[in-house]
Design a protein around this ligand. Structure first.
Ligand code: BTN
Length: 249
């Protein structure tokens, strides 16, 4: 890894319930910023909004990064954006054209290649640590059930088996560069994010508990929330924690 701090401290397991859960335990006892927790087999991977993340032993990447950024808690979602860009840039090195579906799905076409789960521990004005969990489908040749319609792997796109260590290194190298922008140059971060967004300027449906809002994805704000414009020209901002998003096409 060509990093200053990310992944320099590596904690690797054969099997874990969830790398996010274990990373949180390590963060609580003081493991430093940049610690990367990895496992070969994740038994009950967690996704956003209570969903599961299913990965087959040795075929995918399950990892979580501990960070201790010096920004206020309301900006924590910027780190999801940074990692999403890091994953996309890393995918380019394997000739996979990955894009971002707000807030945290990395997609190729309409299928999901990677998911990111950010969890924070904060007191009122200070972030203690954040955990950024990253799942990537790497060498899976065939997905079954619903996943056959919705998931894709690097191998399926390229036709070749890839060493997971190489993918991990590329993702962490690229993400560290974007972390710098989270604190110091959010505009540049967002310019790149917009260029890789599959939802920007598209018709979207935002589902918030029992309500559905139909409009056009107009932009993203400084907290990483989505701004949706409606037919009557009014707009509303949605936080990723509360909603799920569907694109029309
Ligand atoms: C999502 O798409 O909803 C997020 C999926 C995040 C999955 C990763 S796999 C490694 C880390 N450990 C977990 O339990 N979840 C994340």
């Amino acid at each position: 890894m060509r990093t200053d701090y990310c992944g320099q401290n590596l904690v690797s397991f054969l099997e874990l319930e969830s790398t996010n859960f274990s990373a949180k335990e390590l963060a609580k006892v003081g493991y430093p910023s940049g610690t990367l927790v990895l496992c070969d087999h994740q038994i009950s991977g967690r996704g956003r909004r209570g969903k599961n993340w299913i990965s087959h032993p040795d075929e995918g990447i399950c990892m979580s990064l501990i960070l201790r950024p010096k920004i206020s808690p309301q900006y924590a979602a910027r780190y999801t954006i940074a990692v999403a860009l890091g994953v996309c840039r890393a995918m380019n090195t394997f000739c996979v054209d990955a894009k971002i579906k707000w807030p945290n799905d990395i997609v190729v076409g309409r299928k999901k290649l990677s998911g990111i789960l950010l969890e924070c521990a904060a007191s009122s004005s200070k972030l203690d640590y954040i955990i950024i969990g990253i799942g990537i489908n790497v060498n899976t040749e065939c997905f079954y059930g619903d996943l056959s319609e919705t998931a894709v792997s690097i191998r399926q796109r390229t036709g070749v088996k890839i060493e997971r260590e190489r993918v991990i290194a590329e993702v962490i190298n690229a993400s560290e560069l974007y972390f710098e922008l989270c604190e110091n140059d959010f505009d540049t971060l967002m310019t790149e994010y917009r260029s890789l967004s599959v939802v920007l300027n598209q018709e979207v449906s935002i589902i918030k508990s029992t309500e559905t809002f139909n409009g056009v994805a107009y932009g993203f704000d400084e907290y990483g929330r989505i701004i949706v414009k409606f037919k009557d020209e009014s707009s509303q901002i949605f936080d990723s924690g509360d909603v799920s998003l569907r694109t029309k096409q």
